[in-house]
Design a protein around this ligand. Structure first.
Ligand SMILES: Cc1cc2nc3c(=O)[nH]c(=O)nc-3n(C[C@H](O)[C@H](O)[C@H](O)COP(=O)(O)O)c2cc1C
Length: 169
């Protein structure tokens, strides 16, 4: 064994941290619902699976989000794992709130959960818990239904850019 040393105390400014966090690759989801007749939602790369029993997933949302106070009022939230061709869709879902769903093909459940058509997976969820985490809120979602085709290539977010898995179609 060779033991080297590494720094344990640094000035952690946000842009340096953002860059470091971006080294870890992730997928991108849409989290959305129809609220008072209007589609509301956003793109999130902080999605992950948490628990099988009960079935839980999570994402984290900036505490400063203008959308979350509305979105959290939804009884059901739709989560779509975006497909590799959804780079522009992900950007649009992070843009001006009023135009996020313009021109998109979506499906809406009778409880108002909204999913983007031709994503690689769809979840119908309800909010299980919200956990304060610094300048973000970790939102735990309980899965009520799931749908996914057998094949499909996810959108990958890495170092602030969109890509795809090398060995997927
Ligand atoms: C690829 C991608 C991933 C994102 N992931 C997150 C995320 O995990 N959490 C978050 O709060 N915002 C994330 N955003 C930003 C949101 O989509 C949105 O732009 C932001 O929340 C500001 O809008 P709001 O004030 O309506 O929430 C992401 C944006 C992009 C393009």
């Amino acid at each position: 064994m060779t033991i080297s040393s590494f720094p344990t105390n640094q000035d952690l400014d946000p842009s340096r941290l953002r860059k470091a966090f971006g080294i870890f690759p992730s997928g991108v989801v849409s989290v959305a619902a129809v609220i008072d007749g209007v589609p509301v939602g956003l793109a999130a790369s902080s999605f992950r699976s948490e628990s099988l029993d009960p079935p839980l997933v999570s994402f984290s949302i900036a505490a400063s989000s203008k959308t979350w106070p509305d979105l959290r009022r939804a009884t059901h939230l739709g989560v779509t794992v975006l497909a590799s061709h959804h780079g522009d869709v992900a950007r649009q879902l992070a843009g001006e709130p009023e135009t996020r769903f313009n021109g998109l093909a979506v499906s809406v459940s009778d409880k108002g959960a909204l999913v983007v058509d031709d994503g690689v997976a769809h979840f119908d969820t309800t909010i299980y818990r919200e956990v304060e985490a610094g300048d973000h809120i970790i939102v735990l979602l309980q899965i009520r239904a799931v749908e996914h085709p057998e094949a499909g290539s996810p959108l990958v977010f890495h170092r602030s850019a969109f890509g795809r898995l090398a060995d997927s179609a």
